[in-house]
Write a protein that binds this ligand. Sequence first.
Ligand code: ADP
Ligand code: MG
Ligand code: MG
Length: 246
Amino acid sequence: APLLQLTGIVKEFPGVRALDGVDLVVRAGEVHCLLGQNGAGKSTLIKVLAGAYQPDEGEIVMDGEHAHFADPQAALAAGIATIYQELDLVDGLSVADNIFLGHERSRFGFSRVSDSNRAARELLVSLGHPEIRPSRETGSLSAAGKQIVSMARALSRQAQVIVMDEPSAVLDPDEVGGLFRVIEDLRASGKAIVYISHRLEEIRRIGDRLTVLKDGRTVAADLPARETPTSELIALMTGREVSAEY
Ligand code: ADP
Ligand code: MG
Ligand code: MG
C-alpha cells in the first residue's frame, strides 16, 4: 500500500477553485515529483498536506488510515514535514534552536545547551553537512545551508514524508547537486520525498514517479519520471500538443 494517498481533494478560495479534484499517490523510498505550470495548484496542495489549509472535499490516507490535519502540528505529528520556499526559520536563533524549535526536545527539553548541540550535530552529520555548526546563527547561512537545517528539523520529528516546494529556485548548480545527494540518501533510508519543480531536467535527475497538475486537477498520476517523454510532459502541463522532437 502507498504511504500516502490523496483522492479528490478540493480547495476553494473566494472566486477560485484552486484544487478541483486532485489525486496523488506517494510510496516510501521514492522521490515523487509534482509538476505543473504557475497557478496549477501545487502550493495549495502541499499546504493541504501540511495542515495549513483544510480541504473542502476529498480524502487523505496516511499509512492505511484516514488522516485529518487540523493544523501544521498535526501534519508534522503524522509524519509529514514541509519545506517551503519561504523557509520558516528564525534567523536570529542558532541552528540547533531552529532544528528543535517547538519540539518536545526543544532547548528547554535538553538539560544543557551542549546536549541540544550534540543532537543537532548528529542530524547535520547524517545529512552529510558536518560543516554547519549547531551554535551558528541561522541567518548567517546560505540558502542551501538553511534548507539543510529545515531538513534536519524534519528528521528530528521522524518525518516519513518530506515535501519540498521548488527548493532549487534559490540554489546555484553546485548547491543543487548537494541537495540531490541529500535527497538520494533520504530516499535510500526509506523516506518519501515530494519534490515540486517545473524544471524538467531536474525531474529526470532526481525523480522516480511524477504527478502532473493543471488548473487544479490531476491530469496524469504516478507516471515514471525518467521514461515519460518531455513532449508528453509539456503537453500535459499546457494542454497543448508539442512536436515530439522538442
Ligand atoms: P502553483 O503553486 O501551482 O503556482 P497555487 O497553488 O499557488 O499554484 O495557486 C493555484 C490557484 O489558486 C491560483 O489561481 C492562485 O491564484 C489561487 N490561490 C492560491 N492561494 C490563494 C489564496 N490564499 N487566496 C485566493 N486564491 C489563491
Ligand atoms: Mg505559483
Ligand atoms: Mg507554487
